[in-house]
Write a protein of this length. Structure first.
Length: 308
């Protein structure tokens, strides 16, 4: 058998030549476009370098302006971040306009607006905690070291960031609390002042002369070193209880939980000792049983009925 060889037709050859020619034209156009864009890229890189330098100096200026103030460190960090972010946004917008002359600031802002809406929906919780952190840092209350209570969490504030707050519980555990919880819910700050008022309930028997008992309790509480007697000690007859007449005793002492526990311990001990010395009874509950019919009482030594 004799082998045959098929030669490409003229039409196929022309198509191949046209394809290579088109590809060559596209590569040439791309090269020419890159060459034309090189000056714009160089200028954009220079703008970014200038932006970096300006952001660095602006942060230093902001640190100097806030150095002599009593702004908390976390708020200073927030100011530095905002200054740096604002300068970089402006610098990036100018660089994009240089690279793409057809782009205008209005179109950039419109694009940023649409992107911000999309990102806001995607990261709603993160932005909520971020804004809450900013507002927490701006307001004066709840400083580092304060003892707070919020949503069942009681402890000392150790660190405040833009997203979360670190609260060290009184038992030693660390709770990382999202800022939105602290911002949207009531927060009780125990150490907002150096002193706060504490209280305890004391009961005396019904046969006690109440004015005399109140005077003894007052002298016992005012004589303690941990009690701020200058702010006064309140003694109120509060309630007729089942076995006693109850007094509400209120006094001022340190604001931390430890101060409260120590002062309450000393107050309870002092009141108990003073009432004992005065012969005033602190009664325990009495129980009185009433029966409709007489209840037979066995004689001493009676062993009851005998069984055969």
């Amino acid at each position: 058998m004799q082998a045959t060889q098929t030669m490409p037709s003229g039409e196929t050859y022309d198509q191949t030549v046209n394809t290579f020619s088109t590809l060559q034209d596209q590569l040439v156009d791309m090269a020419e476009g890159f060459v034309r864009a090189v000056p714009g890229l160089v200028i954009a890189l220079f703008i970014l370098l200038l932006t970096w330098i300006m952001a660095k100096f602006a942060v230093r200026i902001a640190d100097r302006l806030t150095a002599g103030t009593e702004i908390r460190p976390s708020l200073k960090q927030l100011i530095d971040t905002i200054v740096r972010l604002a300068i970089w946004i402006v610098g990036l917008m100018i660089a994009l306009i240089v690279i793409m002359p057809g782009m205008t600031p209005a179109s950039l802002l419109a694009g940023l607006g649409i992107g911000a809406v999309a990102i806001g929906f995607a990261f709603q919780d993160i932005f909520e905690n971020f804004l809450a952190g900013v507002l927490i840092m701006v307001r004066e209350k709840m400083r580092i070291g304060d003892v707070i209570e919020c949503e069942g969490i009681t402890g000392k504030v150790e660190h405040i960031t833009l997203r979360e707050t670190h609260v060290r519980k009184l038992s030693g555990e660390l709770s990382v609390v999202p800022n939105s919880i602290l911002f949207k819910n009531p927060v009780e700050i125990f150490t907002d002042k150096e002193q706060r008022r504490h209280e305890v309930v004391v009961g005396v028997s019904y046969d006690t002369q109440l004015d005399h008992a109140a005077d003894i309790i007052r002298r016992a509480v005012e004589g303690l070193d941990d009690v701020l007697a200058s702010k006064g000690v309140d003694i109120f007859a509060q309630e007729f209880n089942s076995s006693s007449v109850d007094f509400l005793v209120r006094w001022w002492a340190g604001s931390t939980p430890r101060d409260g526990w120590e002062s309450k311990d000393k107050v309870v001990r002092a009141i108990k000792a003073a009432l004992d010395d005065a012969g005033i009874e602190i009664p325990f509950p009495y129980v009185t049983h009433t029966f409709k019919e007489a209840v037979p009482v066995s004689q001493s030594g009676d062993t009851g009925s005998k069984t055969p």
